[in-house]
Design a protein around this ligand. Structure first.
Ligand code: NAI
Length: 344
């Protein structure tokens, strides 16, 4: 298959080459997909994307006009793709539905521990040979109540780590999972009221957009720790800043930010104008921001590339990508294995 892969970072090339084994002819592009860079897809069958690529309706239409039939995203989340537009132009979609949920769970807990134990503050002081203990008092996680919103692969992996720290774990999900190992399933309001630490693990959908807003923050315990390694749009960020100002939010750990598109994954050191909200947040010692790196482990990167190549393999054989199918209306029924089509 002829493929163009957008937003490719240098470190991804080795993983992708190992998965591909030269099966597909993949052009690697470091630029994100946009209405301008869509032109690179001319003459290709498929496009491979990442989370901050622009796969809105105008871009999808341009890709469809150039004959693109498939879009595979190297992510679990598919909120950056206009699925309806893709469906209406007959473009098949696939994602990487599960890859090392432990990678994201471990990063979430790393944010939590670093915030509580003031690790980044201590590190900055130590670099200046300032070894005073003032301002470095943390809290034990042992015995604390952790509230998880979204109990899918990552939520459950996060729960397992917090259980290991001796926490009580409560959780909320729109679909109650069949198996809930040592997690108390509670209504959302109850979770907001009881949790010392709230961690978000739901996808970005119209229902979860700004699920953390002024009303939900008002219901939280004063001084709560709020963690988001899912998607930035789950939190109304200016309102979270107000929560930090009043002390209602005691700690904020973000791996994702609602205005991260065009900002994260690139070096903006020398920009004269910097994102004011992010600058304000990062000036606080009780805020820790990482640039959407929770997935970034060797294990996860290889699994992402393996599944992406598998998606391309299946499409080449005219098969549906199964669990990885992200089409608005699942194409499983309509796609037949190529040998059946050949017989018709
Ligand atoms: P998953 O699909 O296994 O679990 C998501 C859970 O959220 C499901 O159980 C679903 O029922 C629940 N959910 C959906 N709508 C909800 C709502 N309105 N309220 C409460 N729960 C709701 O997905 P997984 O693998 O656990 O990933 C979760 C999210 O994490 C992804 O959608 C993606 O946005 C994000 N992610 C972030 C990464 C990073 O590097 N920061 C890497 C991978 C995923």
């Amino acid at each position: 298959m002829k493929v163009v892969a957008y937003s490719i970072k240098a470190f991804e090339k080795e993983f992708l080459a190992k998965s591909n084994q030269k099966k597909h002819d993949i052009t690697l592009i470091s630029n994100p997909l946009s209405i301008e860079t869509a032109a690179y897809a001319e003459g290709k069958d498929a496009v491979v994307l990442f989370t901050n690529d622009d796969a809105s309706a105008p871009v999808i239409n341009k890709l469809a006009d150039m004959g693109i039939k498939y879009i595979a995203t190297r992510s679990a989340g598919t909120d950056h793709i206009d699925k309806i537009a893709a469906g209406s132009r007959g473009i098949k979609l696939a994602n990487v539905p599960v890859y090392s949920p432990q990678a994201i769970a471990e990063h979430t807990v790393a944010l939590a521990l670093a915030l509580s134990r003031r690790i980044t503050v201590a590190h900055k002081h130590s670099l200046n040979f300032d070894f005073k203990l003032d301002d470095l008092i943390g809290f034990n996680f042992y015995g604390k109540t952790i509230g998880l919103i979204g109990l899918g692969h990552i939520g459950l992996a996060t729960a397992a780590i917090f259980k290991g720290l001796g926490c009580r774990v409560i959780g909320y999900d729109v679909n109650k999972p069949a198996r809930l190992p040592d997690i108390e399933f509670v209504p959302l309001d109850e979770l907001l009221r009881q949790a010392d630490v709230i961690s978000l693990h739901a996808p970005l959908t119209p229902d979860t957009f700004h699920i953390i807003n002024s009303q939900s923050i008002a219901k939280m315990k004063p001084g709560v720790m709020l963690l988001n390694t899912s998607r930035g749009g789950l939190i109304d960020t200016p309102v979270a800043l107000q929560g930090l100002n009043t002390g209602q939010i005691g700690y904020l750990g973000l791996d994702v930010y609602e205005n991260e598109k065009g900002l994260f994954f690139q070096d903006h050191t020398h920009d004269t104008l910097k994102d004011a909200l992010l600058t304000e947040l990062m000036s606080r010692p009780n805020v820790l921001i990482t640039p959407h790196q929770a997935f970034l482990t060797n294990e996860a990167l290889q699994q992402i590339c393996d599944q992406t190549i598998k998606n391309l393999d299946l499409w080449q054989q005219n098969k549906c990508t199964g669990n990885a199918c992200a089409c608005a209306n699942s194409c499983r029924a309509e796609v037949q294995p190529i040998k059946n089509i050949a017989r018709m």
